[in-house]
Design a protein around this ligand. Structure first.
Ligand code: ADP
Ligand code: MG
Length: 336
């Protein structure tokens, strides 16, 4: 019964992603899922909108408003804005709480000690009673159900918006991890460049992302796809529509995809031999929105010779991982 009054529900887990922030409330599950975007007044620097509302403004703002992604490259571009964003999400998720929440935050593994401190301070200012951080790949591995407490290699590849995080975990610890600033955003940028080069067509980030999601791929498709794209002709200056195929988009994405493949291979080369041996059978699991790019699992499997699985709900893996550790905060304090 106590639950009805919220006594038990005041711990939350946050996936502070470069593209999306998710909040998990203990005993409830994921209650919030919004883009990590903040719209600011350019003159007063006052926050005008956060999350979904702010993302709709990206690329469409008048001169007095600017929409920014404070975590864009997996590093904190602007501490004040990150804090405002965290405060908004924490307060939104904990409205009905009777006591300030304890907060577990998953942060990119490439973040510096200063940035980590800043995230923790921000969460405290935002009303958290206690703040604990967990490296994002660790949360992802827990979230997808890997047995990370075993003395065996558990490998996770998390392709997000700003960063790809690769980690090998054994006995509750990260044996090796690598974070590169090549992920979904770079794929979008590759589409923008291709459209400009091949068709003199200027498109925005949101259109590029839509193309990537609708017809993008990393491996030849059984049935190739196509779509119409609207943008502005860079020479005539007027709106224009063109037709593109999935083969073209795959070609446009190929260099960026190759950089991810390279990072995975480098990680495998650094893996201690006993753990490499484990990976031959266990393979690795993919998480993050980027793992939804068609055929990326197949390509990675081809290039590494390992079995590759995409998590059931890759966009929620990290948040679910933070949720899982909420039930055992003592574990987290010892291990993460
Ligand atoms: P982060 O953890 O960095 O916030 P997410 O795991 O939320 O990132 O993933 C966001 C990225 O996943 C974005 O770049 C988005 O374009 C990409 N993404 C989401 N769905 C798809 C899809 N179906 N195909 C390809 N990319 C996708
Ligand atoms: Mg993520």
């Amino acid at each position: 019964m106590a639950n009805l009054f919220g006594y038990f529900s005041n711990d939350i887990g946050i996936d502070l992603g470069t593209a999306n922030t998710l909040v998990y409330v203990k005993d409830k599950g994921i209650v919030l899922r919004e883009p990590s975007v903040v719209a600011l007044d350019t003159v007063t620097r006052k926050v005008r909108a956060v999350g979904d509302e702010a993302k709709r403004m990206l690329g469409r703002t008048p001169g007095n408003i600017t929409a920014i992604r404070p975590m864009k490259d997996g590093v904190i571009a602007d501490f004040d804005v990150t804090e405002a964003m965290l405060r908004y999400f924490i307060q939104k998720a904990s409205q009905s709480f009777r006591a300030p929440p304890r907060v577990v935050i998953a942060i990119p593994s490439g973040i510096t000690a200063v940035e980590k401190r800043a995230v923790m301070d921000s969460a405290t200012h935002a009303g958290a009673r206690k703040v604990i951080t967990i490296p994002e790949p660790m949360a992802a591995a827990i979230g997808v159900g890997l047995p990370i407490d075993e003395p065996a290699a558990n490998m996770i590849v998390d392709i997000g918006g700003g960063t790809t995080e690769i980690a090998i975990i054994s006995l509750n610890g990260i044996v090796f991890s690598k974070s590169i600033r090549v992920a979904g955003d770079e794929l979008d940028a590759a589409v923008i460049n291709y459209m400009k080069r091949a068709y003199n067509l200027l498109i925005g980030e949101r259109t590029a992302e839509e193309i990537k999601m609708r017809i993008g791929s990393a491996y030849p498709l059984d049935e190739e796809l196509s779509m119409e794209v609207k943008g502005r002709d860079s020479i005539a200056g007027l709106p224009k529509t063109i037709h593109i195929t999935s083969q073209e988009v795959r070609e446009a994405l190929s260099d960026t995809v190759a950089a991810v493949v390279d990072a995975v291979r480098t990680t495998l080369e650094r893996c201690p031999p006993e753990l490499s041996a484990d990976l031959v059978d266990r393979g690795f699991v993919m998480a993050g929105g980027g793992s939804l790019l068609r055929g990326i699992d197949r390509l990675l499997s081809d290039k590494t010779g390992l079995p590759v699985t995409v998590a059931d709900d890759p966009l929620s893996a990290v948040a679910n991982g933070t949720g899982a550790v909420l039930n055992d905060l003592s574990w987290l304090m010892q291990n993460a």
